[in-house]
Ligand binder design. Structure first.
Ligand code: 5GP
Length: 123
């Protein structure tokens, strides 16, 4: 399925500097910043700077340099937030079934407490 990127989404506005953010780390191709409504003591969002809607869009169309940079940024956030020892969870929601709120790829990096089971069975 071809994805259409909406450049009016909130993370596009953050990348253009139109909306402030609490930056954790910025690299050539990626930005990591704190979630505005944290669900855990550590809740950082990592996004690519390029116009990718969701994970498979990015993984299929981004350059090797963007993909390496993005993954290394996630790793750096895990380390700099002190999550290696206690553990963490990374989540990326996509589309309707994934209940994706912002249509710009983002990885949630969560930690700082025991997070509970991944999903609740809903029937
Ligand atoms: P999704 O449901 O799309 O996976 O998650 C979107 C996330 O973006 C949510 O956790 C929400 O709290 C966060 N978010 C929404 N708007 C803003 C914003 O303006 N700034 C920041 N830092 N986070 C936001």
């Amino acid at each position: 399925m071809p994805y259409t990127y909406d450049d009016q989404n909130i993370f596009a506005k953050i990348l253009r500097g139109e909306i402030p953010n609490a930056t954790v780390l910025e690299t050539e191709h990626s930005l990591a910043f704190r979630d505005i409504q944290p669900q855990a003591p550590v809740h950082v969002l990592v996004i690519p700077k390029g116009p990718y809607v969701c994970y498979d869009h990015f993984a299929s169309e981004a350059s090797d340099a963007e993909i390496v940079d993005f993954n290394r940024t996630i790793s750096e956030v895990v380390k700099s937030e002190g999550l290696q020892e206690g553990g963490y969870r990374i989540i990326s929601n996509a589309g309707e079934a994934g209940v994706q709120e912002v249509p710009h790829l983002h990885i949630h990096v969560l930690g700082g407490r025991v997070l509970g089971r991944m999903l609740q069975r809903a029937g």
